[in-house]
Design a protein around this ligand. Structure first.
Ligand code: ACM
Ligand code: ZN
Length: 754
């Protein structure tokens, strides 16, 4: 993935709300308390004429997960169900997930239009049983419920790392518990082809293994030296998973990537590329230039593959990828250029559109529809295609305005491979910062759409890319608890203003996850730090979503204990040091230890202005980020960097008074795979009036490259009130690099003087 990384912090408020709601996630649309109580027997049998598969699943869930006892003979729970007379047409589609539950002192009665509605009702009922298990009785109530969005999806990438059938089934169970209804199975990519295709056995013989894998942070470029694979699902296993999901009323949407992300396929069948090859499944992450060449042979291959895929997956939609297809090879390929001419296409983007149109026509001829990532909009959208909007929300907006369906999955809210807490206390992740509260705050309907256009937003999905997710324990960690926020967003009952109330329900669900031995993230307990200007320098503010009196900290580099300083107000940072903090409750350490190093210079905490603002997604704490005493750590990718696409940095720092210094430092980052390039040049100026600036140093490309972006220069004896640093963006990315011809990113960090 090209996605650049960003990490920033939100201040989480300290208020704790009393528990006053049902512990149900997603929260139902309507809950009405009635007179009386329903007694929960310690052991019981269910009776009533109930749909068998759904009821068995419920029994299994409250039996094994919630530890209810079953007896051959015991007290009855009188659970009854009626299927409301079936409706047809558009109404049937709307009502299929509707249910009501009436809990009265004598019985529990569920109404639905379909077995799916009954199944959803049972998920609600299981959570209510869990909540009232200890008390032994449930208040009588009536619940009426149905989701706002028809597409409530979770994606899983099994190419970068593979997960067994058993693990995939567990994943599907998690979706079912929280009423998600789409499992998007990312089956093919550059690093591995994971689905058996009978007609093309080499796809799995060759494409399902790689020589080794990248490990650790991308910038380290370190490899484990261990062969990975062969790993793939046989068609029998796929059928088994599809059936398993169907039993839980979940649709599996398969994804077969084209025209890009195709290296594993090309390794097996190099004749489908623009050049001769040979190719190998990728061992590193990122985007690769070798993609499917749009020749007849390739289309025949893809159609045959899709034939087998369509037979295995009954879903209405087939995901054909479409994202991140570099045009490098197409530009140099005689066949591709000929095809552009012959079809009067504008350019290679037109060729991408031609590719997707042709595949869409084929998929439509089999009675199915295609869905693809944003980039299928390039050069014009295929007539019936749906868009999965990931680079932001614009793809979804464009689709909806042109009467195409869209699923919203913007990276900054819905990418669960991002960090969910301070990277200092989290396992290695892709980058980004998408904590529970951020996911919960998402509204899938962009405000740009009117009511009619909004109808085209089918729903919302979160994606789990697995470059940095090595095993299933880590999968659990990255999806929980964020999956719960997604669930409520998709159901349409999320209320970001009342995030604390939601967080309390999440903490209640932790008990269930504990019983299931799920390795969920406890990041919501962790301490969040924020630097603020203070006394002509900086102070560090600490907060937690829990009781603020529980925070302890140290300034001497030791780990905090219950005897360490109790946090009260923002801590003034007088000199370079490390703040370590943690949350304690009842004498016990509850959170991870947060650690933040500060490097204090004469610029720290001073006024800073930028002539051009950083790109919105990479603007973190604004200009202040450059003088906050925190040096961005390359390994943790991004925490304090400002990102400028195609723009220079022009920063002016006001010391407040004449200040002596002889050394200036700043950092720029390089990560060509993410389109981030070192600066081309830099200049340093001083001034006493903020008008007339004197150039005191020029830094050339070669010097920046030699220092690998970490600039520290002697500027002679200076004494000035203002410092100006201009850092020149690399400009247009040169050929031969990822993102060639696009504007380069310039990532800049802390500007200091000594
Ligand atoms: C994507 O993240 N490349 C869809
Ligand atoms: Zn070609």
């Amino acid at each position: 993935m090209i996605r650049t990384f960003l990490v920033f912090f939100v201040l989480i408020s300290n208020v704790i709300f009393a528990q006053n709601k049902l512990n149900v996630i997603p929260y139902p649309q309507k809950v009405q308390l009635l007179q009386g109580e329903f007694l929960i027997p310690k052991s019981f049998v269910l009776n009533g004429n109930l749909p068998k598969e759904e009821t068995d699943y419920f029994k299994k869930r409250i039996g094994s997960q919630l530890k209810f006892q079953y007896a051959q003979k015991g007290d009855d729970i009188h659970l009854t169900n009626s299927i409301i007379s079936p409706v047809s047409g558009g109404e049937a589609e709307q009502k299929k997930e509707y249910y009501s539950i009436e809990i009265s002192p004598k019985q529990i009665h569920i109404k639905s239009y379909t077995k799916q509605g009954y199944f959803l009702a049972l998920q609600t009922l299981a959570q209510i049983f869990e909540q009232y298990k200890e008390v032994g009785k449930i208040p009588a109530m009536k619940i009426e419920d149905q989701p706002k969005f028809a597409w409530r999806g979770m994606h899983l990438d099994v190419s970068r790392h593979f997960f067994t059938v058993d693990e995939v089934k567990q994943y599907i169970d998690y979706l079912a518990m929280y009423k998600l209804n789409i499992f998007h199975w990312h089956l093919t990519d550059d690093q591995g082809w994971r689905i058996e295709i009978k007609k093309y056995p080499k796809l799995t013989q060759i494409g399902s293994k790689r020589k080794e894998s990248m490990i650790g942070a991308y910038v380290d470029h370190t490899f484990d030296g261990k062969p990975y694979g062969p790993y793939f699902y046989t068609q029998e296993q796929i059928k088994d998973v599809v059936k398993y999901a169907q039993d839980r009323h979940i649709t599996v949407v398969p994804e077969i990537e084209m025209p890009g992300h195709a290296l594993a396929a090309l390794s097996a069948y190099p004749e489908l590329a623009c050049t001769k090859g040979p190719f190998e499944p990728a061992t590193k992450w990122g985007v690769f230039d070798d993609v499917f060449c749009p020749k007849d042979e390739t289309f025949a291959f893809l159609e045959n593959v899709l034939d087998e895929v369509i037979k295995l997956f009954p879903s209405r939609y087939i995901h054909i990828g479409g994202d991140e297809c570099p045009k490098t090879r197409w530009k140099e390929c005689a066949h591709c250029q000929e095809l552009i001419k012959k079809n009067n296409l504008k350019d290679e983007h037109g060729l991408q559109s031609y590719f997707i149109h042709r595949i869409e026509k084929y998929v439509n001829s089999k009675g199915r529809k295609i869905i693809g990532w944003d980039e299928i909009l390039e050069g014009g959208l295929a007539p019936n295609a749906a868009v999965m909007s990931w680079t932001g929300v614009n793809g979804g907006i464009e689709a909806a305005k042109s009467k195409h369906f869209a699923v919203m999955t913007p990276g900054s809210f819905c990418y669960f491979d991002h960090y969910q807490g301070d990277p200092q206390s989290e396992p290695n992740a892709f980058g980004g910062f998408t904590p529970l509260e951020k996911v919960y705050s998402y509204n899938p309907v962009p405000s740009e759409l009117n009511a009619e256009q909004a109808q085209y937003i089918m729903g919302v999905q979160a994606n789990l890319w697995t470059e940095y997710i090595l095993d299933f324990k880590q999968v659990q960690y990255m999806i929980f608890p964020r999956l719960m926020a997604l669930s409520e967003v998709g159901w349409g009952t999320s209320d970001p203003k009342n995030y604390k109330e939601f967080e309390n329900r999440v903490i209640s669900q932790f008990k269930v996850l504990d019983d299931m031995k799920v390795n969920y993230a406890r990041s919501i307990y962790n301490i969040t730090g924020k630097v603020i200007p203070s006394n002509n320098g900086i102070a560090y503010e600490l907060s937690t979503s829990q009781n603020p009196n529980g925070i302890r900290y140290t300034l001497d580099g030791t780990n905090p204990s219950i005897h360490s300083e109790k946090y009260q107000n923002a801590v003034q940072i007088p000199n370079s040091l490390t703040v370590k903090s943690a949350y304690f409750q009842d004498g016990q350490l509850k959170s991870a230890v947060s650690s933040q190093q500060f490097i204090i210079s004469k610029t720290t905490g001073k006024n800073i202005t930028l002539e051009q603002q950083p790109s919105e997604n990479y603007s973190f704490g604004g200009a202040f980020t450059l003088v906050d005493g925190i040096i961005g750590n390359v390994k943790q990718l991004g925490k304090t960097w400002l990102g400028f696409q195609g723009k220079d940095v022009v920063a002016t720092i006001d010391f407040g008074q004449k200040t002596a210094f002889s050394e200036v430092y700043f950092n720029t980052l390089e990560n060509k795979g993410s389109w981030i390039h070192l600066a081309k040049s830099a200049k340093i100026f001083v001034s006493d009036d903020n008008k007339n600036f004197k150039l005191i140093k020029e830094i050339e490309t070669s010097e920046i490259q030699k220092a690998n972006g970490k600039i520290k220069v002697n500027v002679g004896t200076q004494n000035a009130k203002y410092l100006k640093v201009t850092i020149e963006n690399a400009g247009i990315i040169p050929a031969g690099n990822p993102g060639a011809d696009s504007k380069a990113w310039l990532f800049v960090d802390e500007i200091g003087v000594n």
